[in-house]
Design a binder for this molecule. Structure first.
Ligand code: NAD
Length: 472
């Protein structure tokens, strides 16, 4: 059944997008059109920003406990729509339903819950000498989000922004806008005050640029590719608007010689393939001590060959398609180039079978990858893992840091102290040791070209605040 959405969400209600063109949304498993949404214009962005500006003063002055109560109601409304959202993500993105339920819905609900708690107890004013230091909401937020975790990426901005007392205009990815509409159904049902959150769908070059360049947007919070992040930083620079950028990655999974190899490879391959490799934090470079290299490759190939590709709604499916035909073609080109550059195929590759219909790429493992080659340097955003042998800890750190990115990473060693030492030397925003669980309260963000600023927890809240010193 097609989902036809014809409205934006402005000033607390659905607003017909009359006369606007519509954008088609596809199911990447079937290649069929499953819905349409309106393509907004700069005028629509103007209206949305005006609504957010009009709501700002009242929302900023709302008691934090009341703001927390609003977020709590939103949490309840989203929870009630959890199944529908998971099915929508499986349809418009292709994430297997089981994973969509656990990660694509479960994670944002956890993050939203954390901000219900944080909103209710804002940081107390600090006394510094004769100064009172207070945190105040930064203002109107322009939020621009990608398609790979379509609900989580929005909630990771919206929840702290609202908790801090900011108002917001969202432009979600044009590839996965149906999930955003379900969020706004929940927002409407939760009865958030008019103008506190607004939705304009459309393309990046039109709606995204208008929002990032809008004179009345105080902070542009963006998640997406490094190229687009750079463009947004330029647009914001003209008016010295704040920017928060969550960008690409090429994270290293460092497996030391004393690692539990079975666990390291199982978790490492799983991490690289999650969401068909369309995960910014994916450990897409596996750095293995030379003494364990052949053993690691055997285990990695077996893990990759064990994935079942197919219909995201089939409970046996572990890997869905890529989001679009263009993405599938890009990933295939990366594989071909990596093999031409001297990489050795150990699983998947151009000739491995995939379902006939849908934009699938098989889980692919390429060994002996030159650390300076394109596969080791460029974000592929597909189920492709580069394996690189290393001689010792120093060499591993050098190879891991040989990247313009610095978003995530991992270290495996049975000696936790040694693992922490290596983790401390990695120029990256997060490192997981021995498969430690994701912490939704920990700061999340990148070094180098992986971004600016941090999301989640108290650090995420601070992104949406200005700091004022009052001298007495
Ligand atoms: P993208 O940069 O193509 O698009 C992201 C968003 O920006 C979309 O809403 C798009 O419409 C919009 N956009 C495109 N051009 C624009 C422009 N000129 N001005 C304003 N907005 C514009 O990225 P994508 O393909 O949707 O997502 C994949 C990328 O996102 C990958 O590079 C991935 O690593 C990154 N990502 C990063 C994180 C993180 O937290 N660091 C999380 C998820 C994804």
């Amino acid at each position: 059944m097609e989902s036809v959405r014809t409205d934006f969400y402005l000033a607390g209600d659905w607003a017909p997008a009359e006369g606007r063109q519509s954008l088609e949304v596809h199911n990447p498993s079937t290649e069929q059109v499953i819905g349409t949404v309106p393509a907004g214009t700069a005028d629509d962005v103007d209206r949305a920003v005006a609504a957010a500006r009009a709501a700002f003063e009242g929302w900023a002055a709302t008691d934090p406990v009341d703001r927390a109560a609003h977020l709590d109601r939103l949490h309840a409304e989203l929870t009630a729509r959890g199944d529908e959202i998971a099915r929508t993500v499986a349809s418009e993105l292709g994430t297997p339903l089981k994973v969509a339920t656990r990660v694509q819905v479960g994670l944002p609900l956890t993050v939203l819950r954390s901000y219900v708690d944080l909103a209710a107890r804002p940081a107390a004013p600090q006394t510094v000498g004769n100064s009172l230091v207070v945190h105040e909401p930064v203002g109107v937020i322009g939020a621009i989000t990608p398609w790979n975790y379509p609900l989580h990426q929005i909630v990771a901005k919206l929840a702290p922004a609202l908790a801090a007392g900011c108002t917001l205009v969202l432009k979600p990815s044009e590839l996965t806008p149906l999930t955003a509409y379900l969020l706004f159904d929940a927002i409407h049902a939760a009865g958030l005050p008019p103008g506190v959150v607004n939705l304009v769908t459309g393309t990046g070059p039109v709606v995204g640029e208008a929002l990032a360049g809008h004179a009345d947007v105080d902070l542009v919070s963006f998640t997406g590719s490094t190229a687009t992040g750079r463009r947004i930083a330029h647009l914001a620079a003209d008016r010295i608007a704040r920017v928060a950028l969550e960008l690409g990655g090429k994270s290293a999974n460092v497996i030391l010689d004393d690692a539990d190899l079975t666990a390291a490879i199982k978790v490492g391959v799983g991490n690289a393939m999650l969401n068909s490799g369309q995960t910014c934090t994916a450990w897409t470079r596996m750095l293995v001590h030379r003494d364990r290299y052949d053993e690691a490759l055997d285990l990695a190939a077996a893990a990759a060959n064990g994935y079942r590709l197919g219909d995201p709604f089939d409970p046996a499916t572990r890997l869905g398609p890529l989001v679009s035909a263009a993405q599938r073609d890009r990933v295939r080109e990366h594989i071909t180039r990596a093999l031409a550059d001297g990489g050795r195929l150990v699983a998947g590759g151009p000739d491995a079978p995939v379902p006939q219909r849908g934009w699938f790429v098989p889980p692919t493992i390429i060994a002996d990858v030159d650390p300076d080659s394109a596969l080791a340097q460029e974000e592929v955003f597909g189920p492709v893992l580069a394996v690189i042998p290393v001689d010792d800890d120093d060499h591993a750190v050098r190879v891991a840091n040989n990247s313009r990115y610095g978003l995530a990473g991992a270290v495996w060693s049975t000696d936790e102290e040694r693992a922490v030492q290596v983790a401390r030397r990695l120029r990256t925003g997060a490192v997981d040791i021995n498969g430690a669980p994701f912490n939704p309260l920990a700061p999340f963000g990148g070094y180098k070209q992986s971004g600016l600023g941090r999301e989640l927890g108290t650090h995420g809240l601070a992104e949406f605040c200005e700091v004022k010193a009052i001298q007495r």
